[in-house]
Each structure stands twice: as structure tokens, then as C-alpha cells.
Design a protein around this ligand. Structure first.
Ligand SMILES: NC(=O)c1ccc[n+]([C@@H]2O[C@H](COP(=O)([O-])OP(=O)(O)OC[C@H]3O[C@@H](n4cnc5c(N)ncnc54)[C@H](O)[C@@H]3O)[C@@H](O)[C@H]2O)c1
Length: 280
């Protein structure tokens, strides 16, 4: 028996990386899932791999009509909607604020923030009708700490976290919960896509990512899609029935502070500077 037996979920941005792993874990846990993204080939292949409990629907989360059709399709196909995971994302673009490309900024906000807002709006409409449901929005450590992403991406993620918190205040009293998950550095294709690498190059980036991201976290390893999928599973399930308006940070301790090794190195440097020595 799975913790999501009988439940119906939609995972927007569910065809790659973190979203694909969430879809796999939800199906393993007993849910029927609709995965969505603009990429039909990738989505159809994943749905086929997941079996009869999964279906793919093409949707761009920045397009309200497509998001509404996505939610309506899940409700009419499966009879209800228990969990909406708004996970779609693109990486944004690094650069000086003085040279900000406004068209790029608006596209990042359209996917990362507007996509979450639209997914939340249409899921809430269905969930309020049935009086239950769990909305899970993907934030980021870049939304609460400066220096972990480009301006467009970081601003959008900060807004996702706070939007989710605000929505939770309204929906909680009506049986619908809303929470976000903020991943640390997770090994996924998002980095290769940001560099414009072709799909056949993505796998090659995983080993160097593992080593580079391990340096970010007080738990000295890269994050894995599984780490986030387990958090999503908890928030989707009844095990989290009293968790609402929370940002579940899954980052090996990054947001909590400086790693023990970095702290020791900095303290040693400080002590060395204070040691008595020849007058300067
Ligand atoms: N990988 C990390 O280190 C990391 C860290 C913090 C947050 N995140 C967030 O996790 C989420 C998943 O990212 P990932 O790392 O798995 O990357 P990914 O590129 O593998 O997955 C992104 C997903 O979003 C989909 N998507 C992109 N544009 C879309 C659109 N317009 N409409 C619908 N779907 C769209 C993609 O098809 C894909 O399924 C994103 O929101 C990302 O910002 C990732």
C-alpha cells in the first residue's frame, strides 16, 4: 500500500530532472499523475516508462489557457485533483544589473513565477470545490539567499516562496494546503540547458556537477532529484496534513550557514592575524 494510493497529481515541469523523479516516486506511491511541459517527445517517453498510471500533457506554464486545460484535463480524466506540483523552471541569465536584459528577465519571470501563480490559481479552483488538496511549489535557496542565482531567477524564486506562504493563509481554512520546497544544488539538466548544450551533452555534465555542487553544502555532496522527490512525497501525502505555508529547505544545510570546514578555516585565519608578533 502506497502513501498516495487513490490520489491524483499534476506535475507541471514534470518531464526532466527533479520533476521527472517526483513523477516516478508519486506513481510508485500509488498516485495517478499527469506530467506536463512543452516538450512532447520527452514527456511521452517518460509517461510510457511510468505505465498506465501516468499521462503526458503538453503545456507551457506561462500560458493561462494551457494551464487551465492541464488542470481541467486531470480533473475530468481522473475525477479529482489531490496534489499540484508547480515545478517548471528555467535558469535565468547571469550578468550585471546595469546590463539587465528586460526581455530575458520577463521570460524567466513568466516561467518561474507566473507559471507557479497560474498553476496555483487553477489547482486552487479545483481543490476548493472538493474541499481538499495540497499545492507544492518549487522555490530555491536562491530565493532566500543572495549569491546563488541570476537576478531574474532569484527574484522570481523569492516571490514563489512568499506567494505560496500568502496563498496558504487563505486556503488552509478551506482544507487546501500550500507549501514550497527550496532545493540546494541538485544534479539535473538545468545547468546544461542554461549553457545551451544539446540534449546528448547533458549526461556528460553530471559528474563535474557532482563535484562542483558538493562544495556548496555543509553536507559535502551534491543534491539529487531523489532528495527533492522525497520532500514532495511528504508534502503531497496525508503525513503532512498540518504543514501549511512552509518552505521546506532541502539543501544539506546551505541556507543554515557556513560549513564547519569553512568556519574553521576562517577562524584559523582570524586567530593567525591576532597572534602577537613583531610590531607593525
Ligand atoms: N537543479 C537545481 O540545482 C535546482 C535548485 C533549486 C531549484 N531548482 C528548481 O527545480 C525545478 C526543476 O528544475 P530541474 O533542476 O529539475 O531542471 P530541469 O531543466 O531538468 O527541469 C525543468 C522542468 O521544467 C520544464 N519547463 C521548462 N519551461 C517550461 C514551461 N514554459 N512550461 C512548462 N514546463 C517547463 C522542463 O521541461 C522540465 O521538465 C525548477 O523550478 C528549478 O528552478 C533546481
Amino acid at each position: 500500500m502506497g502513501v498516495l494510493d487513490g490520489k491524483v497529481a499534476v506535475i507541471a515541469g514534470g518531464t526532466s530532472g527533479i520533476g521527472a523523479r517526483i513523477a516516478e516516486r508519486f506513481v510508485e506511491a500509488g498516485a495517478c499523475v499527469t506530467i506536463a511541459s512543452p516538450f512532447a517527445e520527452e514527456g511521452e517517453a517518460l509517461a510510457a516508462k511510468l505505465g498506465p498510471k501516468a499521462q503526458f500533457r503538453r503545456a507551457d506554464v506561462a500560458d493561462e489557457a494551457e494551464v487551465k486545460a492541464l488542470v481541467d484535463g486531470a480533473v475530468s480524466g481522473f475525477g479529482r485533483l489531490d496534489c499540484m506540483v508547480n515545478n517548471a523552471g528555467i535558469a535565468g541569465r547571469f550578468g550585471s544589473v546595469a546590463a539587465l536584459d528586460l526581455a530575458q528577465y520577463e521570460r524567466t519571470l513568466a516561467v518561474v513565477l507566473r507559471g507557479v501563480v497560474l498553476g496555483t490559481k487553477h489547482a486552487a479552483s479545483a481543490m476548493l470545490r472538493q474541499g481538499s488538496g495540497s499545492i507544492v511549489n518549487t522555490g530555491s535557496v536562491a530565493g532566500s539567499r543572495a549569491g546563488y542565482g541570476p537576478y531574474d531567477y532569484s527574484a522570481a524564486k523569492a516571490a514563489v516562496i512568499h506567494f505560496t506562504r500568502c496563498v496558504a493563509m487563505e486556503l488552509g481554512e478551506k482544507g487546501v494546503r500550500a507549501n514550497s520546497i527550496s532545493p540546494g544544488g541538485i544534479v539535473t539538466p538545468i545547468f546544461a540547458k542554461a549553457l545551451g548544450l544539446p540534449p546528448e551533452e547533458v549526461g556528460r555534465t553530471f559528474a563535474p556537477l557532482e563535484s562542483a555542487l558538493a562544495k556548496w553544502h555543509p553536507i559535502p555532496r551534491a543534491g539529487r532529484p531523489d532528495d527533492i522527490a522525497e520532500a514532495a512525497l511528504f508534502l503531497a501525502s496525508d503525513a503532512s496534513s498540518f504543514v501549511n505555508g512552509h518552505d521546506l529547505v532541502v539543501d544539506g544545510g546551505l541556507v543554515a550557514g557556513r560549513s564547519w570546514a569553512a568556519q574553521r578555516a576562517a577562524t584559523a585565519e582570524l586567530m593567525a592575524a591576532l597572534k602577537p608578533g613583531p610590531a607593525r
